[in-house]
Design a protein around this ligand. Structure first.
Ligand SMILES: CCCCCCCCCCCCCC(=O)CSCCNC(=O)CCNC(=O)[C@H](O)C(C)(C)COP(=O)(O)OP(=O)(O)OC[C@H]1O[C@@H](n2cnc3c(N)ncnc32)[C@H](O)[C@@H]1OP(=O)(O)O
Ligand SMILES: CCOC(=O)c1cnc2ccc(OC)cc2c1SCCC#N
Length: 389
């Protein structure tokens, strides 16, 4: 199948799969900043670029509304991601972020926001090389403007603005297959509110199972079981950074987090990200860590429910507490916070707890991509240490 746009891009091409003569690393060399296209790409006449200042309440609300009505839906159109405004402000303003990488498209006449794409800078290690990349996300074209080849222009424009900051690689994920995934992983779901998941039609009552039997099957203790399990606090940042860096070093692709990154991405933020650690009561040494982010979804076309409260496994480290027990405590806290479901990818060591903690496999796959960076050998899900929002 022809990828007329992606075949023009410095990404692994399907025709090159298996060609081990191609070296691992950047596909194209950087160009001098003076040779980067200085002016924005041309949009169709009716539209104009707008740099979205998400600090502005009004602009952030416009972005939120565009995504709430036009962002990613599952294949059965049962759910649509409903990223909150505080989540978007968190996701788009990490250390070193560029406002110019928060790119919108308006209709010139009505000023209506009809498309969006973002990048944030991140240091990502690919095997032994730490590369400063753009993490590209929130690509969205209004439903009424689909299939007009707007996405390639959005992608070329964010690429141009990233190049202007002398950054030449990117990382992104998608549910669609494009040239060419560096890895593919699978979503798994752990019911916390099985009745709601059955009522909305996501889950079905098992054979020979009653609703009350199903509720009992997924029941969790009222409180966590690990001694020393507590919320992460600001003073924990140095120790959590050390723990996380050591843990992530085992994976082929992983963020190269420093203390500023850990402070931003992993300190608890209400309704955005929750993080916990296990500190030894005697030595106060931090031995384990777990975290999940809050990403609700709109429930489409259901008379009784409008929102699914979903928690997504983020970064977890176990060095003393068994990962199974640590993640069960994460489930217990998520249930305490009234989440309906706890989702996890089969990345890192997640596969070791999924079945035992009663996660079920989703039907969606998530493909990981690198832009302008070839890797010779595909990476297994268990070799992936990167979670994108
Ligand atoms: C050095 C820095 C580099 C920075 C940039 C790095 C790269 C970043 C890349 C972006 C990473 C984003 C990551 C991210 O945000 C997380 S994945 C979520 C993407 N967003 C959605 O699914 C929201 C709902 N869908 C839409 O809004 C539209 O369907 C979109 C906008 C998706 C496509 O709009 P459309 O009206 O349906 O389609 P046309 O405009 O007619 O364009 C068709 C072309 O677009 C290609 N396409 C379709 N979906 C894509 C996707 N998810 N990634 C990349 N490409 C995608 C498609 O293959 C075709 O090209 P081809 O003919 O070659 O096959
Ligand atoms: C109940 C389990 O499914 C989801 O939590 C969910 C929620 N909202 C979505 C919105 C768009 C969507 O598009 C792929 C999927 C979902 C999913 S399943 C994949 C995410 C996970 N885990």
């Amino acid at each position: 199948n022809r990828h007329k746009f992606w075949e023009t891009q410095p990404v692994g091409q399907f025709k090159d799969i298996g060609d081990t003569s191609l070296p691992e690393g950047p596909i194209e060399p950087p160009t001098p900043i003076s040779e980067v296209k200085q002016e924005p790409y041309n949009l169709p006449n009716l539209y104009e670029w707008v740099t979205c200042d998400i600090d502005s309440e009004e602009m952030c609300a416009e972005v939120y509304n565009l995504l709430t009505n036009n962002y990613v839906e599952d294949d059965e159109n049962m759910f649509r991601f409903n990223y909150s405004k505080e989540f978007l402000r968190w996701a788009l303003r990490p250390p070193g972020y560029f406002k110019s990488w928060h790119i919108g498209v308006r209709v010139k006449s009505s000023k209506k926001l009809v498309a969006f794409i973002t990048g944030v800078p991140a240091r990502i290690r690919v095997r032994d090389n730490v590369v400063t990349m753009a993490e590209v996300n929130f690509l969205c074209v209004h439903k009424k403007l689909r299939s007009k080849r707007l996405a390639p222009v959005m992608i070329k424009e964010v690429t141009r603005r990233v190049h202007l900051e002398n950054i030449w690689q990117a990382a992104y994920t998608a549910g669609v297959v494009l040239p060419t995934p560096v890895s593919t992983c699978q979503y798994w779901h752990r019911s916390l509110n099985p009745k709601k998941l059955i009522d909305v039609g996501f889950s079905r009552l098992g054979a020979r199972m009653t609703m009350s039997r199903t509720i009992k099957l997924y029941k969790l203790p009222e409180s966590t079981v690990t001694p020393g399990f507590r919320k992460m606090e600001p003073h924990d940042v140095p120790a959590v950074t050390r723990l996380l860096r050591e843990y992530l070093s085992q994976f082929a692709i992983a963020p190269d987090f420093d203390e500023n990154d850990v402070e931003h991405w992993l300190l608890p933020k209400e309704n955005v990200v929750d993080s916990f650690l296990v500190a030894s009561p005697e030595t106060h040494e931090i031995t384990d860590f777990c975290s999940f982010y809050t990403l609700p979804s709109s429930i489409l076309g259901n008379p009784n429910y409008s929102t699914l409260k979903a928690a997504y496994s983020y970064y977890n480290v176990s060095t003393k507490t068994p990962l199974l027990q640590l993640m069960n405590d994460a489930l217990i806290v998520a249930k305490q916070k009234d989440f309906d479901v706890f989702n996890a990818l089969d990345v890192m060591q997640n596969e070791s707890f999924l079945k035992e903690l009663k996660f079920g496999p989703g039907d969606g796959k998530l493909h990981y991509y690198l832009y302008n960076y070839r890797i010779r050998q595909a990476v297994l899900a268990s070799e992936l240490g990167l979670v994108l929002l």
